[in-house]
Design a protein around this ligand. Sequence first.
Ligand code: GDP
Length: 334
Amino acid sequence: MKKFKPKKRLEAKEYIEGVLKGDRVILSRAITVVESNLTSDKVLAKDIIQAILPHAGNSIRIGITGVPGVGKSTFIEAFGKVLIELGHTVAILSIDPSSQRSKGSILGDKTRMEELSNNPKAYIRPSASGETLGGVANKTGETMLLCEASGYDVILIETVGVGQSETAVHGMTDFFLLLMLSGAGDELQGIKKGIMEMADMLVINKADGDNIRQSELAKRQYTNALHIFPKSASGWEPVVSTASAIKNIGIAEVWQRIEAFKALVDENGYFQKNRKEQQIEWMYTNIHEELKQLFYGSQEIKDELKLLEAAIVNSKISPVKAAEKMIDTFKRSL
Ligand code: GDP
């Protein structure tokens, strides 16, 4: 692996002040610290996050997902512009699970959201790659907090609707938006039922030209399909709409729906309740990850696992007994 020399770090205080002042250069550098795997950076990141935490949270967090080609970046470009016109500031964080396996990126290869990236009211940042899902969730989560502390009041977290990252994004957002296409079966779109179940809103994109009628039909079908799902804990009934990101049709309506959602969940207490539960869940996810690493990272465990695998295959030990033995070894090693 290529060794790289990290850019000179600032003092924690400089990051904190810069972020809180809304200094974009410092914000970017703070995110780099949060994304870093260097031990010294991890210490610095903890100090920064701890200090900015009381200033974070003042935003609406929106997850946006959909398969490659559905029009996510075109939609976000149009949506972001609507938000900015309404006086909002928008941070866009993109999670691309494909780049984790360094097989090239689904999201990042082309110039995306060109206009927004030149707008001072928008901040666009691809999320860290080359990480486990848990690692990405942590880094995206902390990046989100930094953006909020820097004054962005709408956070869009974009992910490709084909992997497991949707669950992670759902776990850190207030509203979950699924972009779909008409005229393509769910299987074709690679959208799992579980993802549809998480959605607060389905937007059928590319409802333009010859596609308008098909899109209206799809809207009716999905509206019916959504009725089958159990009612959401938020009390919100998921909605389906059509849009054309490229023609800027139906985009403002998406925001109106999100505002209606926000009013409802503020009123019934779900918004704060959900945020608190997400925080707790975030802690448990980390505990599970750390424990897993502690266990599977140990050479002693690795060696014994190999032996036990062979013993299981040869019917020398039962899987349950083997697991018990492994846990005993782990406990002794602590
Ligand atoms: P992503 O991979 O989900 O980010 O999709 P893109 O935003 O890159 O869009 C994929 C392709 O669909 C591009 O060629 C876009 O120009 C096109 N596209 C996006 N939105 C629309 C739309 O509303 N209508 C039509 N006709 N094409 C669109």
